[in-house]
Every structure is written in structure tokens, then in C-alpha cells.
Design a protein around this ligand. Structure first.
Ligand SMILES: NC(=O)c1ccc[n+]([C@@H]2O[C@H](COP(=O)([O-])OP(=O)(O)OC[C@H]3O[C@@H](n4cnc5c(N)ncnc54)[C@H](O)[C@@H]3O)[C@@H](O)[C@H]2O)c1
Length: 437
């Protein structure tokens, strides 16, 4: 079946413009999936390179970013990767054909440019507003993590996830552990009872530096303008959700997966603060460290730790303690089981395909085979743990986990992007003073 015939033959003629295209496999590999990227920063470029490594039968047709210099940078990086792989750049990313969009309306233009799939690698605050537009346009999507930064966005994403299902969209999220063969084997063994009944869990993302320490961007801008804060999003709570949400969500997500994606905390109590010597407000208002104690019910506790302090010990991974053994995992590091005396009893071999590549193969295979997939809800759930941990640490309060999704009215992302707008400054949250809303 030719590309142009597919939409015609679809049972949903009439709604075709807002519905995604399936059935690329029927074109016997000659039909390239057209990909557009919104958010042409470090991860956006990386995601396109990973996607091409996963399946070169794609064509990057559009690049969009708020800032005009970014699409060209992404184009150059992806072209370089394609050449390194020895592939034909003219077929995969032809610089004379790639459409480049910038400014506040760039995603809208990209969605109208004829793409089949959108990769969203914008900073965290914009994932939910962007996804609303992607769903309205009915495009398949790859969404970087996190998928929400507060409860308002979490509720929105759950609603949009339903609409994505109704439209038959394929949506995969950037949780690469879930696509790593070593992790997959480990979680299967845990769920088959390999370490017995789980009685305790821990996860960590302790970084050896404050992300952004040496990367403060566009410092000629005033720190209180929206543009400065968007460009330096990793330092500002409203733009990133803080590093517990932006980064540590990976580890919380792996634990939620191991626990079956159906076990939620009952109560949350967290601690945290800002111990970095980097000055506020230029380096933002976020915390540098969090420790969270999730009461998971039935005697199970999950302790989660993350910090970003310069020159401190690094550690990243997950640990589950069972009645028969211990599971330990770290992406790119060791993944395996120990007995209760600390002897290694099983270790996964290094996966042939990195999770960062395999996640794109999963999405593209689903689209080609007409098999709908939607991974939003599981990541909303894990992100809610991070949001709850952040709120408990900021406020110093202990609360029921259910409160967050059901009641929290926090709504951090401004309605509109206005570069020159002066952003309010509330200072670094102070436990005991910060008000939960
Ligand atoms: N899965 C992973 O391992 C992984 C790794 C790194 C980053 N990430 C995630 O990817 C996202 C981007 O991180 P990054 O390191 O690439 O940041 P970055 O600052 O390098 O890139 C973000 C880009 O998005 C653009 N942008 C922001 N808001 C936009 C909007 N509304 N419309 C269009 N463009 C917009 C920015 O101008 C910038 O070019 C974050 O959510 C981060 O958590 C995931």
C-alpha cells in the first residue's frame, strides 16, 4: 500500500487529519516515518540520534524550538551522527528539506508540517501543555521524562492519555530502564519471586555536582525574566519541578515497575534543603537534596534519596530487599541479585541495545505494526511520587499520598510564554513555612 493510500483506506476517513497514521509495515519498508522534534537541546538531539540508531527508516522532517539558534544546532548534531553510522544523510535528514520553526508558536507549526511522530524534549514544565497540542493534532509521540511537574499537570496528563487512546495514538516515554534488557530480566525475576516477598526498598540519584553549576546560560539576561528561567530551567522550581522530579523520577519509576505498577504509597514524609554555595536567585530557588520516606502500606517502606552537591559521592540506582535476597540495579552499572549474606547469585549481562535506543525501537515497531501503545499513565504515577516527595520536603509536612492527585491545586507553569515577563520570586522553600495548596 502506498503512503498516500493509507489514510484513504483507513476506517476513520473524515477524522484522518486528527488521527495518527498506522500501517507503515505494509509499505514494505519503503515508507519512512516522518519525525519532528520540539525542544532541540541536548536530549532532543540525543533522542533523534537514538531513534535513528534504533531504526534508520525514518526521516527527520521538522525541528522546532523556542530559540532560533537551536534547530540548526540539532540539525548539525544529527547529521554528524547519521554520517558516523555510515547512513545516507540525504534520506534521513536532508538539510535542504528539514523545516525549522522557532518562537512560541513553533510546535503548532511543526504539527501542521506533515510529521507522523513528535519527539518532545522540551524542559519539564512544557510537556503537558505541549502534549495537549500533540493530542489535538493526533500525532504519535515520544515524550521525555518527566511528563508533569505538579498535580494540576498530572491530572491533565491522565485526561490527555485517555484522549490519546481514543485517537489510537502510540505514546512512549523516556524511561530507558524499562527498555534495558538487563532491567527487564531482573524485574521479571523479582516478580516471579526471585528475592521472595519484598520487605524494603531504596532508590538513589546522588549526583557529584549541582546540574547547571558550570552551565548557566545567557547570563546577560536579567535573572527574573521568563526567558532567563526557561534557558536555565534546571535551577528553577516552576520550570523543572526540582531535580527530584526531573531526574530522580527515573529511579522511582524503576521501583514502581518492580512493585508491579499498582502499588502506591499510603503516606509520605520527606526532608530536604539547599546546601549548595551557588547564589540565589541567579542559580534559582531549588533544593540541592531530598530524602523521602514513603510508607507503601503492609509494612513496606520505600526510602528515596537524591542530591546534587559538588564534589560529593555519586550513586545512582535501586535496591529491593526481599525475604530471600536483595535486588540491586544501576543503569549502565550492575544489575543483579545477592543472597541475604551479600553473595552475588545472579547478574544480568550487559544489554546489546541500550535502553535509550530500545525505547525508540519499541515506539517505531508499534507504529509500523499498527499496535497501539501508551506509557503515559505509568510515568504520571511515578512522577506523582516525586512531586509528593518534593511537597513534603518543602513544607516539612507528612500527608496521605492520595491527597496530591485528588486535592493539590499547585499549578507552577505560567499560562503563556512571554520572554520578557518578570517572574515572581518566593525564595528557596523553607520547611515549616512553605504552604501546601
Ligand atoms: N531520559 C533521559 O535520560 C534524559 C536525559 C536528559 C534530559 N532528559 C529530559 O529531557 C528534557 C530536556 O532536557 P535537556 O537536557 O535537553 O535540556 P536543554 O535545555 O538542553 O533543552 C531543552 C530545549 O527545549 C527548548 N524549549 C523549552 N521549552 C520549549 C517550548 N515550550 N517550545 C519549544 N522549545 C522549548 C529549549 O529552548 C531547549 O533548546 C528534560 O525534561 C529532561 O528531564 C531526559
Amino acid at each position: 500500500m502506498q503512503r498516500r493510500d493509507f489514510v484513504k483506506s483507513s476506517a476513520i476517513i473524515g477524522m484522518a487529519a486528527a488521527m495518527p497514521r498506522f500501517g507503515f509495515a505494509e509499505a514494505k519498508g519503503s515508507d519512512r516515518i516522518k519525525v519532528g522534534l520540539v525542544g532541540c537541546g541536548g536530549r532532543g538531539r540525543g533522542a533523534l540520534c537514538n531513534m535513528i540508531s534504533a531504526d534508520p527508516n525514518v526521516e527527520i522532517t521538522a525541528l522546532a524550538d523556542l530559540f532560533p539558534e537551536k534547530p540548526a544546532q540539532a540539525l548539525a548534531a544529527v547529521e554528524k551522527h547519521v554520517k558516523k553510522l555510515g547512513l545516507n544523510a540525504g534520506e534521513i535528514i536532508d538539510s535542504s528539506k528539514v523545516k525549522r520553526f522557532s518562537g512560541v508558536g513553533c510546535l503548532g507549526e511543526l504539527l501542521e508540517s506533515g510529521v507522523d511522530v513528535v519527539v518532545d524534549a522540551c524542559s519539564p514544565a512544557f510537556r503537558a501543555p505541549n502534549f495537549e497540542k500533540i493530542v489535538a493534532a493526533g500525532k504519535h509521540a515520544f515524550l521525555e521524562k518527566p511528563v508533569c511537574i505538579d498535580a494540576t499537570q498530572a491530572r491533565k496528563m491522565l485526561e490527555l492519555s485517555k484522549k490519546a487512546d481514543e485517537k489510537g495514538m502510540c505514546v512512549v516515554c523516556g524511561t530507558q530502564r524499562r527498555y534495558d534488557a538487563g532491567y527487564q530480566e531482573m524485574i521479571k525475576r523479582v516478580q516471579d519471586g526471585g528475592i521472595g516477598e519484598i520487605v524494603s526498598a531504596q532508590c538513589y540519584w546522588n549526583d557529584g555536582d549541582y546540574v547547571g553549576r558550570n552551565q548557566l546560560r545567557n547570563t546577560e539576561l536579567m535573572w527574573d525574566t521568563m526567558e532567563y528561567q526557561i534557558r536555565n530551567w534546571f535551577s528553577f522550581i516552576w520550570a523543572s519541578g526540582d531535580h527530584i522530579v526531573e531526574q530522580h523520577v527515573h529511579n522511582l519509576d524503576a521501583v514502581m515497575w518492580a512493585l508491579g505498577d499498582n502499588r502506591f504509597p499510603v503516606e509520605v514524609r520527606a526532608w530536604g534543603g539547599r546546601s549548595t554555595d551557588l547564589p540565589t536567585p541567579t542559580y534559582g530557588d531549588r533544593f540541592s537534596h531530598f530524602a523521602v520516606d514513603f510508607d507503601m502500606g503492609n509494612g513496606l517502606r520505600l526510602q528515596s534519596y537524591c542530591h546534587q552537591d559538588p564534589k560529593t559521592a555519586r550513586e545512582q540506582g535501586e535496591r529491593l530487599i526481599g525475604t530471600k535476597g536483595v535486588m540491586y540495579s544501576s543503569l549502565g552499572g550492575k544489575v543483579g541479585f545477592q543472597d541475604l549474606k551479600g553473595n552475588t547469585v545472579w547478574e544480568a549481562s550487559k544489554p546489546e541495545i541500550p535502553g535509550l535506543v530500545a525505547e525508540h525501537k519499541f515506539l517505531l515497531d508499534a507504529i509500523r505494526n499498527g499496535k497501539q501503545v501508551n506509557k503515559i499513565n505509568q510515568l504520571v504515577n511515578s512522577t506523582l511520587l516525586a512531586i509528593a516527595g518534593r511537597l513534603s520536603a518543602y513544607s516539612g509536612k507528612k500527608f496521605k499520598f492520595d491527597w496530591v492527585l485528588a486535592k493539590s491545586k499547585e499549578n507552577l507553569c505560567p499560562e503563556k510564554i512571554e520572554f520578557a515577563k518578570k517572574m515572581p520570586w518566593n525564595g528557596v522553600p523553607v520547611p515549616g513555612k512553605f504552604q501546601l495548596i
